[in-house]
Write a protein that binds this ligand. Structure first.
Ligand SMILES: Cc1cc2nc3c(=O)[nH]c(=O)nc-3n(C[C@H](O)[C@H](O)[C@H](O)COP(=O)(O)OP(=O)(O)OC[C@H]3O[C@@H](n4cnc5c(N)ncnc54)[C@H](O)[C@@H]3O)c2cc1C
Length: 438
């Protein structure tokens, strides 16, 4: 980052998760001067600092993924967070996105329906940053809220549960894999296996929904005092591509911390999470073969937040629209990923989807923050109800929404965000290699 007028840009992107990076790069490729501000010391957000790998597939017919920049990253749905960190940084470097790390948004000034400046806490203290169009890719919708936008949080005040992910190294994956295969055979349940989940070499899970091959082992460990009930409420492990002895753990998960916008509860995830990780490591070593030389190799510095605030935008995607697969002329993302509410079954009636077009769509209007002429949001905090967000939060959708927001921001430099035509945004995405089904 250059020091000269570093704090002024045509487009200012807050938050460097996958949505923010894809937005910044797509805007830069439209010719705009882009500044990306991120509070952590790296890019990638949940996918990198949160250790959320692999990404889920959109499950679109033909394996279609919308985002054109995904193909440039040189990795599929299964990825290593460190490799993604390097690839996202390279993408910004190659496209001229100016990146400022360790810059935490803490204020915004808005007048007459437009964001004028934002304040970020840096190693020099507070700094003011000016721009023409602002993108809220903070995941928490923090920029929109600081600027005065409305939002909704959770369902009846309860967010999706937060998690603390970690990596375990030194695992004998062959040995463990044989054990998981055997557990699957003995129980007749397919949920522990090798070679599942998008080419990953190893996968296993246990959740409170039941039907998991490892569940009897977890019950035994709980009865012996080696695990808690909460440890068995959500457990999921994945191998990582290219790492021959490492597992990515998608737990511990905290169903008793309902407010992902409360700093005390977020801290509790990190502190209680460490206690759980020590307990879980002792459990693996005692109950699973292959963990004899295992060790915790990384704990996510970023707390795992699936859902916190959802911003009030010009259109709020509803569960009915998502479940019935509603189609929109200004769609900028498509997905067939299911509703995914941790710890709860879906109870919602909706007309069935057209079997010939089995996907839902997110219209551009879900990115246009209500009441503002120069503010867009992208990623997991776009305008959606609780159920709809549970399906659109996965990384491929956040990436596509980021690209759309970046292109729209560049178009808005000549008009305003609400005036931008979403269909035009999608056409530009397609001209760069994005794929949409029709
Ligand atoms: C535990 C967990 C498991 C998941 N499992 C999967 C999975 O298996 N597959 C899948 O595809 N998806 C999964 N998801 C969902 C998916 O990873 C996220 O929804 C997605 O990565 C969100 O991307 P984003 O860019 O919208 O937000 P984020 O990744 O949250 O990025 C937001 C960025 O904004 C930054 N930021 C926030 N506040 C500020 C501030 N004040 N100032 C400056 N910067 C700020 C953050 O540091 C971060 O870099 C999971 C999520 C979690 C939490």
């Amino acid at each position: 980052m250059e020091n000269r007028e570093w704090n002024r840009a045509q487009i200012v992107v807050l938050g460097g998760g996958v949505a923010g990076v894809f937005a910044a790069v797509a805007a830069a490729e439209s010719g705009a001067d882009v500044l990306l501000l991120e509070r952590q010391g790296c890019l990638g957000g949940s996918a990198v600092a949160g250790l959320v790998a692999p990404m889920m597939s959109s499950r679109l017919p033909g394996g279609v993924e919308n985002a054109y920049l995904s193909r440039r990253l040189g990795m599929g749905t299964a990825f290593d967070p460190v490799a993604l960190d390097l690839a996202l940084t390279r993408l910004c470097r190659e496209t001229g996105v100016r990146v400022c790390l360790d810059a935490a948004l803490c204020g915004a000034e808005a007048r007459e329906g437009a964001v004028r400046t934002v304040t970020v806490g840096t190693c020099r203290g507070p700094e003011t940053v000016a721009g023409q169009v602002f993108l809220d890719c903070t995941g928490d919708g923090l920029l929109s809220v600081l600027a005065g936008a409305k939002y909704i949080r959770g369902r009846a005040g309860v967010n999706q549960p937060m998690s603390l992910r970690y990596l375990v190294g030194g695992v004998d994956l062959d040995h463990l894999g044989a054990f998981l295969d055997q557990a699957g055979r003995e129980t007749g349940l397919p949920h522990t296996a090798r070679g599942q989940s998008g080419g990953l070499s190893l996968y296993a899970a246990v959740t409170s929904q039941g039907g998991w091959a490892l569940a009897p082992l977890f019950r035994k460990a709980i009865a012996a005092g080696d695990l808690t009930e909460q440890d068995a409420a959500y457990f999921q492990l994945f191998a990582l591509p290219g790492r021959r002895d490492t597992l990515s753990m998608n737990h511990p998960e905290f169903f008793d911390l309902p407010d992902a916008t409360d700093p005390v509860q977020r801290t509790a995830v990190q502190l209680r999470g460490r206690e759980a990780i020590e307990r879980q490591m002792a459990f693996y070593k005692k109950y699973f073969p292959g963990f004899e030389n295992a060790y915790v190799s990384q704990i996510a510095p970023m707390t795992g937040v699936r859902e916190s605030r959802r911003i009030e935008t010009r259109h709020i995607l509803t569960a009915g629209e998502l479940l019935s697969g509603a189609k929109f002329p200004d769609r900028v993302a498509q997905s067939n990923y299911p509703v995914d509410i941790h710890g709860a079954a879906l109870e919602h009636d909706a007309p069935p989807r057209d079997p010939a077009k089995p996907w839902f769509e997110v219209p551009y209007r879900c990115l246009v923050v209500k009441g503002f002429s120069n503010l867009l949001t992208a990623g997991r905090c776009v305008g959606a109800d609780f159920i709809a967000q549970s399906a659109l939060r996965i990384q491929p959708t956040c990436r596509a929404l980021g690209e759309a927001a970046g292109i729209a921001a560049a178009l808005a430099l000549r008009s305003s965000v609400p005036q931008v035509d979403g269909a035009e945004v999608a056409r530009i995405m397609e001209s760069r290699g994005a794929v949409f089904l029709s």
